[in-house]
Ligand binder design. Sequence first.
Ligand code: ZN
Length: 498
Amino acid sequence: MNKQDVLQLFDKHYGDRYKVYVPSIKLEKNNYFFMVRDNHNKYLAGVGTREICKDFEGDNLEEFKIDKYELIVKRCYLNHHNLNLLRGIFPHLNPSFCGLQPSFGTGDRLGIATPAHLQAFKGKDIFPVLAQQSVREMDRTERNWQKVLDDAIWGCFEAGYEGPFGADADHVKEIKELKEAADCGFTMFTLDPSDFIRNDIKKLDKQELDQLYNQIPNSKEIEGLYLGKSNKIKGQELIFDEKSLKEITLTYSEAINHIVKCYEFLKNYKKNDFDLEISVDETPTVTSPLAHLFIVLELQRRGVDFQNLALHFLGDWQKGVEYKGDVKQFAREFSLHAILAKTIGGYKLSLHTGSDKFSVYPIFAQETEGLCHIKTAGTSWLEEVKVVAMKDPDLYREIHRFALKNFKKDRASYNLTTDLSRIPDIDKISDEQLVDLFNKPDSRQLIHITYGSILRARDKEGKYIFKDRIYKVLFQYEEDHYQELSNHIKRHLELLNK
Ligand SMILES: [Zn+2]
């Protein structure tokens, strides 16, 4: 039996009930595995010998005798147990280490975007990090590490993808969370030490600064290492004078201690290689090139082997919209960071809140010469809601009104300049015009930041108000969903000049 025979056999008997995802068909020994769907659900189909299918959870649809073969056709569930078996049979379904290859993260809040993301990556020489979710996002989407990873892997299977991919446990603050993510099989860990970064240092007078600095146990050692040391980068001299060294040390030293602890834990706990990202982007303090230098030198001195570094770069980085700020000024300052990173070597610069920052992508890719990682998440969610607006305008209108009501509460955890008064009144625009809302910054941000409230909203009986209906629309119009989403991610990837 070859692939064609199996497809024909399946089509003949079940073609009226199930559609086969043809690229997903994979052979192992005498068994075929592939993804199918009916009008409501997706399933894993197994066609093969009695032996192999017996471990999978599902129901036997039929037994066949073709020539010498005795075949079982089994319909299996897309659950964790079956996925683990499948990962054992097909090792390419396991996430892997990325290292210093250029890479791009596609957060997927609904867990159904991976096949679309993979379409966008086709032909691009960029390592995809397909499972990527932050602790905060999981809380708001009611998901967990295992679900995030499993969904992405099922997506790889559906698409027939056999290449490598990463799984990023994003913005992790505690060892407990690192352990959970490592247990689930994540291969990349993004440490967020922002709770340990001091943002009040610039406000201190000299006496207060000295006093605090002298309380640091290794303050003398730090001075010996850095005070007066200068580094010439692109004609510009970076010098640790007394004031800047004290300020930078006080701002970051507790954070660095925390990172060292987390790294030691991972190194001992994870048996295989893992990617480590250090992110200091989510703090009010813009990371100066001098602070960048200090952080990296300290981490290296203390033996932390990290692959990515996310800094708080100059400018206004808001969710789901273009970069706000002077792009030329960003380019000038960023080029210092990029040269610094290349000079010290051994790590990539990572850009967070990377959704829709089209104007800075070319700068980011060129200056780093591909030593870069980019994270996006909200933009995929926005494309998905856009498809809802295209296919079920009434549902979108309900979501939109609900988002308006929740915006004030939800915006608290974000840096935004959204002005709701600039959003057109949806009662006055036609169904066809709804899609235009996704081209405007204010309405994009409205939907972007209220995702948690939208997905968790329940009625009096405890049923989801929107979530299930959103999934239903995207399932029904899957091709449109994949098309819109992959086109949008492609726009990002193409600007990275690959
Ligand atoms: Zn971040």
